[in-house]
Structures are given as structure tokens and as C-alpha cells.
Design a protein around this ligand. Structure first.
Ligand SMILES: NC(=O)c1ccc[n+]([C@@H]2O[C@H](COP(=O)([O-])OP(=O)(O)OC[C@H]3O[C@@H](n4cnc5c(N)ncnc54)[C@H](OP(=O)(O)O)[C@@H]3O)[C@@H](O)[C@H]2O)c1
Length: 343
């Protein structure tokens, strides 16, 4: 086991030396393009709530990422990372690393700001923090509307969707989409909305394959973004759900065949399934490693082997909202309490 870890580590180091490239771009259903790899920027949580960046660590990470060739950054109002991302983009535009139009910025509307009339104001707050005139993609983070005190709000996500359509019409968001919606909810937005969502962002790693939802959304022309792509390979704030580790023999064997690491194999597995991975890292060597996934392919058999880890287990599982009428996931017997003590 230890040997495999060392091999993975050495491969990572070797790849640092290799020049990173840009991810390919995929066509959205509105004709625009989206880079097929995004940098995740959620820093996690502790007992006090969402963790924030210290000493501009995230800003510096985004600057490094843009220098290396990343062209897509994923954030959300609730991550509290928008300001540093905006600072990084401004720095990179000023010094000529990129032009604004080279960078695809995705952010998300938080649950406490649902309702058609309130969406534009929420997006303007995000834009102000990021020092941008527009985002490339604005997602509804959850179909679940909450009041300021986190009690349930009775706002239909369809009403909120109309607000996203409004901000797209006004040019504040080039594309709009959904996150953490289930199949029925996606279908309803497609049927009753005026604009078809361009993107659906969902949890996607070997333990939560969600092939039905993926196949359905892709057949409707939506691009899927996959969050927490490294699944159980990495530490999850103490959460345990079984699943393959970084030294899993099956993954190690596939990785060795392509001279890649097991995290790279998982990211590539998503690409083979036409899903945009959103790996988060604040480490330079891992930025390089996670971008270096576009020079090899997995066979259909290898894709199937990795998909066979599926146990339908989520890490993002806010069961404390499960009695909300628009909660998207399966309910469980003993829902957990909101870790931040909110209602
Ligand atoms: N829509 C939603 O509701 C939702 C929910 C969750 C996440 N997201 C988005 O998806 C992004 C990614 O999800 P995530 O942050 O949960 O999980 P992730 O990207 O699968 O995993 C992140 C963890 O893996 C480590 N890591 C990164 N690359 C690695 C590598 N090559 N080898 C070993 N460890 C590595 C990181 O540590 P270091 O930073 O120390 O390298 C970090 O602890 C988020 O940042 C966010 O942008 C969206």
C-alpha cells in the first residue's frame, strides 16, 4: 500500500515538470463554449461554518491555476471565495496572463436569495465581489429556498428560475443552469421554463455514478459538471462512506497502465463520460496533476470497471433539509442536524 502511495507521489512530481495544457472546450446548448475542467474553490467547513481563505491563499492558487492553463473557475456565493477569485482574475488580466474573455467563471445563487425578483440583486452582489460585469455561468445552487434564518421558504424553484432567465436576458450571466436538482426537477424546468438550462452540476465520483440522471440530462442537451470528483480518494472532513482509496489496487493498475495517478484516472473517467470535473486544490503540484488528464483515454471496459464502485453514496447530503418540499434527494430515517446549528 505504501509503495503505491510513493509511486503515485513520484508520478505527480514528474508531471509537475511537464508543461500543462488547456482543457478542451465543449459546446453548450446555447452555442457558447465551456472549458471541460474547472478549478473547485470550496474550502470546506468546520464547527464555525464555511472555511475562508487565509493570507490570500485562494487568490494565489487561482493566479497559479490561470498561469498553468486553467480557464474555468467554479465558485458560489456561499463559499465566500468570490472576492479572491475576482482579485486573481484582475491581476492576471492586468499582467497579460489572460483576457477576461479567456476565463470561464461559474458562480451560484444561494438558497436564501431565491425568488424571481431577488435573483438580479444576488448576482450583482457576486459580480461586485468578483469585479466582473458578467459571469459565464450562473447556477441555482439548490432547488431548496430558505429564509435568512434558514427556516424553509415556500418559493418554487420555477419562480427563481425565471429570475435566472431575467439575468441572462440582461447580459449579467451568459449561461444559466442548475445544481443539485433531481431528474423530475430538471424535467420540470425544461418543460415549464422559457430557457433550457445549459448545465447541471451534480456530485460525481465512483461512489455516486448517477448514470440515469446523467444520461437523461445529456439527452436533453445539458452539459454535466461533476463536483467532489475525487470522492473517497481524499479526506472528507471526517465523513466516511466507504469507497476506493487513493491506493485502491484496481485504480492503481489502471493508473500504472497510463503512467498516471489514481486521482487523474478518476478525473479522466468523468471526461470519458462527458462530465466536467471540478477538482479543488490549493497545492501547486496538484493543480498540475489535475490538469494533466487530456493526453490519455480510458477504454470503455475501464470506465465500466470504475463505475462498478457505485454505491449511490453522497458526501453532500443535507438531510436537515429533507422535509423541504423541494428537497432533491432520497430521504433517510435519521436526518442529521444542520452542523451550523441553524433551523
Ligand atoms: N454544487 C454543489 O453543491 C457543490 C458541492 C460540493 C463541491 N462543489 C464544487 O466542486 C469542487 C470540488 O469538490 P470538493 O472540493 O468537494 O472535492 P474534490 O475536488 O473531489 O476534493 C478536494 C480535496 O482533494 C484534495 N486533492 C485535490 N487534488 C488532489 C490530488 N491530485 N491528489 C490528492 N488529493 C487531492 C484537496 O486537498 P488540497 O486542497 O490540500 O490539495 C481537497 O482536500 C468544490 O471546490 C466546489 O467548487 C459544488
Amino acid at each position: 500500500m505504501c509503495v503505491n502511495k510513493i509511486i503515485n507521489f513520484k508520478r505527480g512530481l514528474l508531471q509537475m515538470a511537464a508543461a500543462a495544457t488547456e482543457a478542451p472546450k465543449w459546446k453548450l446548448n446555447n452555442g457558447l463554449e465551456i472549458p471541460a475542467l474547472a478549478l473547485g474553490t470550496y474550502l470546506g467547513f468546520d464547527e464555525h461554518g464555511v472555511m475562508t481563505s487565509t493570507n490570500k491563499q485562494l487568490r494565489d492558487t487561482v493566479v497559479s491555476a490561470l498561469r498553468l492553463g486553467y480557464r474555468h473557475v467554479d465558485t458560489a456565493a456561499v463559499y465566500q471565495t468570490e472576492a479572491e477569485i475576482g482579485e486573481a482574475i484582475a491581476m492576471c488580466v492586468a499582467n497579460g496572463t489572460v483576457r477576461r474573455e479567456d476565463v470561464f467563471v461559474t458562480t451560484k445563487l444561494w438558497n436564501t436569495r431565491h425568488g424571481r425578483a431577488r435573483v438580479a440583486e444576488a448576482l450583482k452582489d457576486s459580480l461586485k465581489k468578483m469585479r466582473l460585469d458578467y459571469v459565464d455561468l450562473y447556477l441555482m445552487h439548490w432547488p431548496v429556498a430558505l429564509n435568512e434564518d434558514y427556516s424553509f421558504a415556500s418559493i418554487d424553484y420555477l419562480d427563481t428560475w425565471r429570475g435566472l432567465e431575467d439575468v441572462q436576458r440582461r447580459g449579467l450571466a451568459r449561461s444559466i443552469g442548475l445544481s443539485n436538482f433531481n431528474r423530475q426537477q430538471v424535467a420540470r424546468v425544461i418543460k415549464e421554463g422559457s430557457v433550457k438550462p445549459a448545465v447541471l452540476q451534480i456530485e460525481a465520483h465512483p461512489q455516486i455514478v448517477q448514470q440515469d440522471l446523467v444520461t437523461y440530462a445529456q439527452s436533453e442537451g445539458l452539459i454535466i459538471m461533476g463536483f467532489s470528483p475525487l470522492g473517497s480518494l481524499v479526506s472528507r472532513f471526517g465523513m466516511e462512506a466507504g469507497g476506493p482509496r487513493v491506493d485502491d489496487p484496481t485504480l492503481v493498475e489502471i493508473a500504472a497502465k497510463y503512467n498516471k495517478t489514481t486521482p487523474q484516472v478518476l478525473l479522466r473517467w468523468l471526461i470519458e463520460r462527458k462530465i466536467i470535473p471540478i477538482p479543488k486544490t490549493v497545492k501547486q503540484s496538484r493543480l498540475v496533476e489535475n490538469l494533466n488528464i487530456f493526453d490519455f483515454h480510458l477504454t470503455p471496459a475501464e470506465v465500466a470497471t470504475i463505475s462498478a464502485f457505485d454505491s449511490n453514496k453522497r458526501f453532500t447530503f443535507p438531510s436537515f433539509w429533507q422535509n423541504h418540499p423541494h428537497y432533491p434527494f432520497e430521504k433517510i430515517k435519521n436526518p442529521i442536524r444542520d452542523p451550523f446549528g441553524r433551523k
